[in-house]
Design a protein around this ligand. Structure first.
Ligand code: HPA
Ligand code: ZN
Length: 338
């Protein structure tokens, strides 16, 4: 392990953009397919991996929703999340705010309770086993209609005290944030935090809508905000957190090459950028791999890396006191590893 790799691995950090269904490794997919008697169109783990070649978001989503088919029982959702938390803990993640896509499962006849109880049990275990805390963010699938999102929010009602916020994911172009104005207003009224994927493939206008109509507390991806200098300055001035996902950007061709990644530009323009893994089983790496890929390609120094980790706590939905405690631990780590 190089010095930088071990420094980044040991650096306390939060992960703020992680789709739990996107952490389904091919090995677990094959095992769950067997355990549940679900047929998948792949003969082996190698065949699953070989299918992970994408030119745009939709290529990935097609295969991601297919993969999620093997998740049927509460223990499947538990095992999925437990595997993620083990890997995250090994990467120095001390807090994770994870997305789940209930509609991917309820539309296949899986009960909302099955999904969330499986996830919650793994979250409790991760805190005991690794000291890793976590929060849940329920994402609405934007390719479905707003009525379906309302039905999902209603299904979530018994668990709202264990859900930190709601988000918006899936096919971005053609499904602008304004399509979900009313359901996000209702979620806000219920005291939920608001996040949305915007500006990954969609134009800066979608980021404007996420800010002004959905009233987001955090912006997922947000890369294309940089095309609009006034928007960029607004995001910087208001301290909006961006959950940036470098390996995802590369695999989904948001950038052609990691050397073109805008992470350093984001930092220099004063944006509160963070580094995250998005769908690590599909995009070739967990959070440390994302820090290292971006750092190497864009020449980030240790101070930049520490800023990114600090931003992950500042941008989290933890209370101020807990954020301060995490930042103090981060400072102590940096001082001890200077
Ligand atoms: N973008 C949109 N939807 C998603 C993604 C993403 O990167 N990952 C999982 N669902
Ligand atoms: Zn995402």
């Amino acid at each position: 392990m190089t010095d930088l790799t071990s420094f980044v691995r040991g650096l306390p950090k939060a992960e703020l953009h992680l789709h739990i269904e996107g952490s389904l490794e091919p090995e677990l997919m094959v095992r769950l397919a067997e355990r549940n008697g679900v047929s998948i169109p792949f003969g082996s783990v190698e065949e699953v991996r070989a299918a992970y070649s994408f030119t745009k978001l939709q290529d990935f989503l097609d295969i991601y929703y297919q993969g999620a088919n093997v998740l049927r029982e509460q223990r499947d959702f538990h095992d999925l999340a437990a595997a993620y938390f083990d890997r995250a803990a090994a990467d120095g993640v001390v807090h994770a705010e994870i997305f789940f896509d209930p509609q991917t499962h309820t539309d296949r006849g899986i009960r909302f309770a099955t999904v969330i109880e499986g996830l919650l049990s793994a979250m409790a275990e991760a805190e005991d086993k690794h000291g890793l805390t976590s929060k849940l963010i329920l994402c609405f699938l934007r390719h479905l209609d707003e009525d379906a999102a309302f039905a999902t929010l209603e299904a979530a009602e018994p668990w709202l005290d264990r859900i930190a916020g709601v988000g918006l994911d899936s096919s971005e172009v053609g499904h602008p944030p304004e399509k979900f104005a009313r359901v996000f207003a209702k979620a806000r009224d219920k005291g939920l935090k608001i996040v949305a994927h915007a500006g990954e493939e969609g134009p800066p206008e979608y980021v404007h809508q996420a800010l002004e109509i959905l009233k987001i507390d955090r912006l997922d991806h947000g890369n294309r905000s940089l095309e609009d200098p006034v928007l960029t300055a607004h995001l910087a001035r208001t301290g909006m957190t961006l959950t940036v996902c470098p390996l995802s950007n590369l695999k989904l061709c948001v950038i052609d090459d990691m050397t073109q990644h805008p992470i350093d530009r984001m930092l220099r323009t004063g944006l509160r950028a963070t580094i995250n893994s998005d769908d690590p089983a599909y995009f070739g790496g967990y959070v440390v791999d994302n820090y290292l890929a971006a750092a190497e390609a864009r020449g980030l120094d240790r101070d930049d890396i520490v800023t990114l980790a600090r931003n992950s706590f500042l941008g989290s939905f933890l209370d101020d006191e807990t954020v301060a405690a995490h930042c103090a631990r981060l400072d102590a780590y940096v001082a001890a590893n200077a």
